[in-house]
Design a protein around this ligand. Structure first.
Ligand SMILES: Cc1cc2nc3c(=O)[nH]c(=O)nc-3n(C[C@H](O)[C@H](O)[C@H](O)COP(=O)(O)OP(=O)(O)OC[C@H]3O[C@@H](n4cnc5c(N)ncnc54)[C@H](O)[C@@H]3O)c2cc1C
Length: 408
């Protein structure tokens, strides 16, 4: 049986960031990452792939190039967790034991939950930025769009980057309006399972103005349940407070789907899971409620924050402090405030940099009104943040999440 002081399951945004920070903090640590994928993608860039700004290749790096020096990479997945025995069984049948475990497997995309979707995806105008296989097809669909309904869906929460389903609607709306003849016979529909445009009131207000200005038909309480590619129809279950649920069929020429998401089965079926299926950790200390040598970070963690890579930036230093203290037999004082950031692209050249915490209070990194659409924040989204991700975050750089010193 292989043993490591720290075993990290999942080498994505969260797993790599934690590994790099742990190695920096304690170079002698025996650290392993269990990760089957050979490539890592900068998923926040997929909105820009779908909008024709980035190529998919710009969002890819080989996993090997990201594993920090001195960290063992085990190229398998986790098949089972046994936290009472401090072991993980791999997909290759190995049993690995650990002193401390970090669960960082991200989320599962549930395409199959929508009838007809797996067969429809990737052709006939049905696309999704939520998959590397279909993000580039989104841009193809937008370019080839010649009129009719362009429908953008958003699944029930939790999903990763809850702003992404509407960002692509705004980009598509801009692109469609470039040709007035096409725009005249088109309608952009944003059909979301949520009861409003965005969960954080401070940012919902300007987004409602964006929707109104663009003339987008926003439909709330709309959950996609079926795609009928032969008749180009999307079927929604519509739930409104005080009303019986009903079905609504919307015809589409372009259908951008955000699938429902969940914790991966291997986590949801393990003793680590809360009732939600996500890892049952404290929302401030990221430590498991029953197994103190287990921590979770990123999308698979059960904290009630908005699931983003930016949240990982806020979580990683906390996890590292508390995990190292746990290894040393103590209790760390790291505390996560729920920080998340969703750069809400509202069109080409325009972004509202929505930063907030558990209390849904704005936590801006800049001394600027964060509710305003800005070109400077578009530059942040398209140039600065990707650079920060590859060169600072994944390298474990000890930077504050605030970009301007002194701004709290
Ligand atoms: C379209 C889109 C737009 C987004 N926009 C933004 C944005 O603007 N800003 C932002 O901050 N965030 C954004 N996000 C969200 C962001 O990408 C995620 O929140 C972030 O990647 C979470 O990191 P993670 O490490 O938890 O998960 P991931 O980065 O998904 O990594 C999980 C890793 O775990 C591995 N894994 C899975 N199962 C197992 C297993 N059983 N054993 C071992 N390894 C396993 C996977 O192969 C993967 O490498 C966006 C995401 C999408 C899809």
């Amino acid at each position: 049986m292989g043993h490591h002081q720290v075993l990290i399951v999942g080498g994505g945004a969260a797993g790599i960031t934690v590994a790099a920070r742990l190695k920096k903090a304690r170079p002698s640590l025996d650290l392993a990452i269990l990760e089957p994928a050979t490539d890592h993608y900068y998923q926040p860039g997929w909105t820009l792939v779908g909008g024709g700004v980035f190529s998919l290749e710009q969002t890819r790096r080989s996993e090997a190039s990201l594993i920090p020096v001195g960290v063992t990479w085990i190229r398998e997945g986790a098949a089972a967790f046994d936290p009472a025995a401090n072991t993980v069984t791999t997909t290759g049948g190995q049993t690995l034991s650990y002193d401390a475990l970090v669960v960082a497997t991200g989320m599962k995309l549930n395409w199959e939950a929508i009838k007809g979707l797996p067969e429809a995806l990737g052709k006939g105008g049905v696309c999704s930025n939520y998959s590397k296989d279909f993000a580039a097809y989104t841009w193809e669909c937008i370019q080839n769009f010649k009129g009719g309904n362009a429908v953008f869906t958003c699944a029930p929460m939790p999903i990763k980057c809850p702003g992404a389903p509407q960002k692509i609607a705004y980009l598509a709306d801009d692109a469609i309006k470039r040709d007035p003849a096409v725009a005249a016979k088109s309608k952009v529909i944003y059909a979301t399972a949520t009861p409003g445009i965005f969960g954080v009131p401070t940012y919902a207000a300007p987004l409602r103005e964006v929707v109104a200005r663009k003339g987008i038909d926003a439909r709330y309480g709309h959950t996609l349940i079926e795609v009928r590619p032969s008749s180009k129809e999307a079927v929604f279950k519509v739930t409104k407070e005080g009303e019986e649920p009903k079905e609504e069929v919307i015809a589409y020429e372009l259908l951008h789907v955000t699938p429902p998401m969940a914790a991966p089965d291997v986590v949801a079926s393990s003793p680590l899971a809360a009732a939600s299926g996500f890892v049952d950790v404290g929302k401030h200390n990221l430590q498991h409620v029953s197994f103190p040598n287990v921590f979770a970070i990123g999308d698979v963690s059960g904290m009630p924050n908005s699931k983003t890579a930016a949240a990982v930036r806020g979580q990683a230093p906390v996890l590292v402090t508390n995990l190292l203290a746990q290894l040393d037999g103590g209790q760390g004082d790291g505390s996560y405030d729920g920080y998340s950031c969703c750069p809400l692209i509202t069109g080409y050249g325009k972004t509202i940099m929505a930063e907030f915490n558990y209390e849904q209070q704005p936590t801006p990194s800049f001394p600027l009104d964060p509710t305003k659409e800005r070109w400077s924040m578009w530059v942040m989204k398209t140039v600065v943040l990707p650079w920060v991700y590859w060169n600072r975050m994944l390298k474990g750089a000890d930077h504050e999440r605030r970009f301007i010193p002194g701004v709290k």
